[in-house]
Design a binder for this molecule. Sequence first.
Ligand SMILES: [Zn+2]
Length: 638
Amino acid sequence: MRNPDDVSPHTANAHHAACCDPVFNWQDRQDFDFASRGLVHRPNDPDIRDQDGNIVWHHEQFEAFLKGDAPETVHPSLWRHALLNNFRGLFKVCDGVWQVRGESLANATFIETVAGYICIDPLTTVETARYALKLLYDHVGERPIVGMIYSHTHSDHFGGVKGMITDEDVAEGRCVVVASDGFTEWVLKEQGMAAEGMPSRNDYMYGENLEVSTTGIVDTGLGQMIEGGEVTYIEPTHVIGKEGGKMTIDGVEIEFMFAPGESPTGMHCNFPQHKLLHCADNCYMCLHNVYTIRGAFPRDAMQWADSVARSLQFENTEYLVSGHNWPVFGKENIKKFLGEQRDGIKFMHDQTLRMMSHGFVPSEIANEIKFPPSLARLWHLRGYYGSLKHNVRGIYDYYLGWYDGNPATLDALPPRELARRTLDYMGGVDAVLERAKVDFEASDYRWVVHILDHVIWAEPDNMKARQLAAAAHTQMGYGAENPTWRNAYLSAANELRFGLPHGEKNHRVLRDVLKGMSPLLLMNSLSIRLNGSKAADRAFVINWQISGTSEACHTELSNAVLNNRNGLDPSADLTIRLPRLMLSEFALGQIGVDGIAGIDVSMSGEKSVLSDLADLLDTFPAWFPIATHGLKFGETDQ
Ligand SMILES: [Zn+2]
């Protein structure tokens, strides 16, 4: 077999074919004009680092290879998009409006006011936010941030807030923080319960354990990658309701439009004095992501299409910016772009429902659906983030859930048993491996990873199967136009070859988001750690009170369930008073019972109940296997 990282003739041929495919208009250079227009300064620091010297954002490593024609290891269409995302630095969008792009996964947009700036979206982490603000100060002028607007609830749009403003700026009225109704609640829902508990899935999608190189991560669609560093949060001081609203911040008029789509509380901001519209993450230079493969509930595609359609009401818009990628310039271009974005998402929605109503199941729809040529050839609807294939499954799931309606799938055997028995019917693992090698040589990669997945479920340590599956994933990664798919395939190849990542996890630290949680919400996140089997037949009640406040809740264990309710229970077995941070660290498994100590801590009642509770809680691993299917607790290697 060739070196597993070499490009196969099949992948190379597919890339050559893409270069001649009429769906791609390589002569259309408008995006290169828009992405580079108004450059004020492109920094030449090799990278951005945190205070401990860790790299949180790469410049040099991307620049080492992002030039010229596509290498054979990257789909030419993805390469074009990666070149466009590499236009980075400080840009002037129009008089009084600036953007820092390409210095984070997201964009920061600044609008000059009489005495300062309004910022829309302070990036993902404090480190990149500070860097962006310094670029603005060095090249435009140092003036305070007097308004902070969060376009929606995803952390790449608020996490860097304390790199630009402080709690004191807000408390003392020097800066207003504006977001849509329900913002904090949705931040907690989207970042609290499930999302951050699944770093393995996140790492696959964003390629966080891949090298920055032409055989690793080259782009992530919305931007080059996600930065590391500290994620912070300051609660909004001004809430915009579903009916929208108008506001003037230090001389700048803003019209807010409630715009659910990529997030349930998205908000578009129109600046009539500047003829500028910011459309959150509802439009960017990639196909919408109705379902995100890191894992999240599917988004409401119909609402999303409507939010884009309603944005056409701002018909004087000359400058359209959003949370990612580059702007659209010119009234006619914007009208056309918004109409096409609207139609892209509505097409996926309507056609999925049409096919669903004929009885097609999700995998059939995913393999069947195609954009009409008029939409397929639009660069901004190419699948650089969402993809037609995974979006239509998300839309199906949004309406009908996971079940495809077929009773044969209603109570399927678990994957390991299914794999072992299927392989037995097929003549055993060795026979399957022999045929898989032939199919690999014939470049039938989708089939090879499917059938070898059964082998790896049956025999997680079968290195022959893992190496061959890794080779097939690598070719699929090189062949993928969608960078999140590429990242996922190449991450799978790594896990299959080398196992799970080792060492410290280079991940974003969510600090303030948890600090803002009420005791009840913290206990709800602790409840998902209760090991149901261990907790059977146990019962007790614990009161939790935040030191120095009246905030309290109680937790009752019965039927292997922790029920949490606000207030204190007078008949509790134990009452604990402790600082909020300590409670959040305990709830999230960052400290154990030993960590609940200090002058701010007091306990009354039966203290052993706390250890009893701690013994019943699971601690989640930094990474769990995705491609290698290692045995989970309770399973035996038969
Ligand atoms: Zn975003």
